[in-house]
Ligand binder design. Structure first.
Ligand code: ATP
Ligand code: MG
Ligand code: MG
Length: 412
């Protein structure tokens, strides 16, 4: 029951009621998408108040946050005003105004993770420079400012060549692959040319993509969730590469899992501030682990932790930034699989298709449905997810297959 009042906040009447929860600190989240929404859900369990700043009045987190300020996380005036309403500032998206966060930090505002971390992460080229300086294994990379640079990068790294936008990338938008030198121009043009900053990465010949969620407390204590396998869905028309399925735990040897976890925790240790971080990794045929990128926040590869781990990544993020003891990240079930419900069509047709899957999943044992309540259905948009837990990965896979099939055959 929101009632609009003078300020930009959609304010609740009980705003000044004293809290009796685990923490009195109001957590401010820049962004109110599905990650913000799931942070609010975890917070409500512990009676922690979460305010959000998001430009969309009906964004996924708006209906369950404590207060919602309507405004952009890139508008410095808004971010400064928003910061006044919170005890701690955090993010659910890295594409926020890092200059303002730095300014606020100097004024004593508690930003977790630190503005320096957001600044490094939000520019993928700076991120790569940072991690290579910290001896984290990565695909080779190089900044490109013109076509000549791009050609020499191609000669040095070979093809296919991955061209990436430095900023504002998500779901693979911002990446383009040139399979040959001839394709360089079209790939660069598809990313809008050099104006907004591009760099290239050597193609990582991966056999699997892994991810490790790393939690870091205010005391710099680090805990890692079990490594997972992430499977992406490629859409060449939309130039997207979206995380679609997550399998937990990843089916790899102890040695590979340890290597992945070591690299992930070293990467996070090189950054400043508390919270959960998602470390995306490539596993190559010869058993090497290369870092792809880090997200300084809860992540799609950790959705399953809600049902599959003792402490979800969302609760963990809150514990970490507030300074509560970190919770147990281990799995409480033998196996889990997360399936992202992506828009298959625009508008009503897309909702109907998603509903078919949801209806079948509702009858599937071990399945939990999350619907993000996004106002518009768009192709390839993340609309919700389903996590299935079970006694083994084989059983979990059968359950997922059964709700994805048109004619659902019940498990026997
Ligand atoms: P996210 O939604 O994870 O933030 P993003 O837009 O930042 O995605 P990346 O993580 O850079 O994009 O890349 C998306 C996917 O493209 C990766 O998960 C991987 O499948 C593929 N990819 C990225 N970089 C490389 C590379 N150097 N070599 C081969 N494949 C790559
Ligand atoms: Mg990214
Ligand atoms: Mg990524």
């Amino acid at each position: 029951c929101h009632t609009t009042v003078k300020s930009d906040f959609l304010q609740r009447e009980d705003d000044i009621t004293p809290t009796h929860g685990i923490s009195e600190t109001i957590v401010g989240v820049l962004g109110g998408g599905q990650l913000g929404r799931m942070l609010c859900q975890a917070a409500s369990q512990m009676s922690i108040k979460v305010n959000i700043l998001d430009p969309m009045e009906n964004c996924p987190a708006s209906f369950i946050s404590h207060r919602h300020m309507v405004g952009s996380y890139n508008d410095s005036t808004k971010v400064e005003e928003f910061a006044k309403s919170c005890g701690i500032l955090t993010v659910e998206i890295e594409h926020v105004d890092a200059n303002t966060l730095e300014k606020l930090e100097k004024q004593g505002v508690d930003c977790q993770p630190k503005a320096s971390t957001i600044r490094i992460i939000q520019d993928k080229f700076l991120q790569k420079v940072h991690f290579s300086r910290n001896n984290i294994p990565l695909p080779k990379f190089m900044q490109i400012n013109d076509h000549e640079n791009a050609k020499s990068a191609g000669q040095e790294f070979g093809y296919p060549l991955m061209i990436k936008s430095r900023r504002l990338a998500y779901d693979g938008r911002g990446n383009a692959v040139a399979k040959t030198e001839k394709e360089l121009t079209s790939a660069i043009n598809a990313l809008g040319g050099f104006a907004h900053g591009l760099y290239v990465e050597q193609w990582a010949p991966f056999v699997k993509e892994l991810a490790v969620i790393v939690a870091r407390g205010r005391d710099n204590y680090i805990l890692c969730y079990p490594a997972v396998e992430t499977i992406h869905r490629q859409d060449d028309m939309l130039m997207e590469n979206i995380c679609h399925i997550v399998k937990a735990p990843a089916n790899e040897s102890w040695k590979i899992l340890k290597l992945a976890t070591d690299i992930a925790s070293r990467a996070v240790a090189s950054l400043e501030g508390a919270g959960v971080f998602a470390v995306e990794l490539f596993l190559t045929e010869d058993g090497q682990i290369l870092l792809n990128e880090v997200a300084p926040r809860p992540h799609n590869s950790g959705h399953h932790t809600i049902e599959a781990c003792y402490t979800s990544q969302y609760e963990q993020h809150l514990r970490a930034i507030i300074g509560l003891p970190l919770g147990d990240p281990s799995m409480k079930v033998p196996a889990a699989m997360m399936y992202n419900i992506l828009g298959e069509d625009e508008g009503e047709a897309g909702f109907i298709l998603a509903n078919h899957i949801i209806k079948r999943a509702l009858c599937s044992p071990g399945a939990t449905i999350h619907w993000y309540d996004k106002p518009d259905m768009r192709k390839q948009r993340k609309m919700g997810h389903i996590t299935v837990v079970g006694p083994s990965m084989g059983v979990v896979e059968t359950r997922v297959k059964s709700f994805l099939k048109e004619e659902s055959s019940e498990e026997t």
